[in-house]
Design a protein around this ligand. Structure first.
Ligand SMILES: *Cc1c(COP(=O)(O)O)cnc(C)c1O
Length: 344
């Protein structure tokens, strides 16, 4: 039995997936009478391509992988949830992650009745690899690592992530939602080295498309095969597939947006440090910064009153008195800076 298959839940291993009309016949035809669609209201009358082949082909070229390495989901959130449904037997298996990190890993564990174990980062937000390896046991199936991490903003060194991928007898998920803002290379280029690696990316951040809900998982064809069996047959709508094809053509524009956000971020960080109630601005490889402030809770509420919403992270592990501030336009950051200055 192949390694991946050993980790898959027995019911999923034995699953006979739903076979849609578009699965059973996907070639060309002039008369379509197989899916009980309406003949009216072209082109929306037709079911979308269940495997999003055109979009995957284009994406595969851009990312330097094969279409068989790609799963597309309704946001990365679908890709996260399906990993639990494929690999974690409720009440038996567990998932391991770090804290603080992205909240959906835990929510999906809770929904699926899977134990979720979190290992605190060190005080400087670095990985505690030894503690992670000690937390893992024979029922650990998933290890979530978010890099650059949300909400801390830092990237974890490749050598440490590689150590965990190599040592862990299960699936390592590297969530790269913010990779476009980082100077580090994506783990996608090392997919062929690690059959147990899943890399998550999304259209929601750098690609400016949170509203359309499109996330990507890159992994070995074996893992993608299980994703395809478990997902809803037509999870990505035709509208979204077309939109994403157009977005991929705008890669250069996206690079310019990223450059702009990075330069706004560096100006913002510089000016933020001059404000007396700001204690620490943590270094960021993402489109947000984590900021420790004097009495952050009060500042958060005052900002809300002034019509400015940031993310209050002060109740999160290691983030006492911290706000997470997304980098917007220069104008938006100036409004925030002027407002903060008016409080002191
Ligand atoms: C924003 C974010 C995502 C994106 O999720 P989508 O469902 O694709 O919008 C994924 N992971 C992390 C860590 C995030 O911060």
């Amino acid at each position: 039995m192949k390694k991946i298959e050993q980790w898959v839940r027995p019911n999923i291993r034995q699953l006979k997936p739903y076979s849609s009309a578009r699965n059973e016949f996907s070639g060309e035809a002039s008369v379509w009478l197989d899916a009980n669609e309406s003949p009216f209201n072209l082109p929306y009358n037709r079911y979308p391509d269940p495997l999003q082949n055109d979009l995957k082909e284009k994406l595969a070229k851009q990312r330097g992988v094969m279409p068989e390495n790609i799963f597309l989901g309704v946001g990365s959130d679908e890709a996260i949830d399906l990993l639990y449904r494929i690999f974690c037997e409720p009440g038996r298996d567990n998932a391991v992650s770090i804290t603080p990190t992205y909240g959906m890993y835990r929510v999906c564990a809770d929904i699926n009745g899977v134990e979720y174990r979190e290992v605190p980062l060190k005080k400087d937000f670095s990985l505690d690899c030894d503690a992670i390896l000690q937390t893992i046991d024979t029922h650990s199936r998933l290890l979530f690592l978010c890099s650059p991490n949300n909400p801390t903003g830092n990237v974890f060194p490749a050598i440490e992530i590689e150590r965990l991928i190599t040592a862990f007898d299960g699936i390592v998920v590297v969530d790269e939602a913010y990779i476009d803002f980082s100077s580090r290379p994506s783990w996608i280029r090392r997919l062929n080295e690690f059959h147990n690696l899943v890399v998550l990316q999304t259209f929601s951040k750098a690609w400016g498309s949170a509203g359309v809900r499109l996330g990507m998982a890159f992994a070995s064809p074996d893992i993608i095969g299980y994703y395809n069996q478990v997902k809803y047959p037509y999870n990505i709508s035709d509208l979204v597939q077309r939109y994403a094809m157009e977005m991929l053509d705008r890669e250069n524009e996206v690079r310019r947006w990223v450059d702009e956000i990075l330069s706004v971020r560096s100006r913002f960080v510089e000016r933020l440090s001059d404000i007396p109630m700001v204690k620490t601005v943590y270094p960021s490889d993402a489109n947000f910064v984590l900021v420790k402030m004097v009495e952050s809770e009060k500042i958060y509420l005052r900002l809300v009153t002034d019509g400015i919403v940031v993310r209050n992270r002060s109740k999160v592990a290691l983030c006492g008195d911290c706000l997470r501030i997304t980098i917007g336009t220069d104008r938006e950051m100036n409004v925030l800076l002027e407002t903060l200055k008016s409080y002191s």
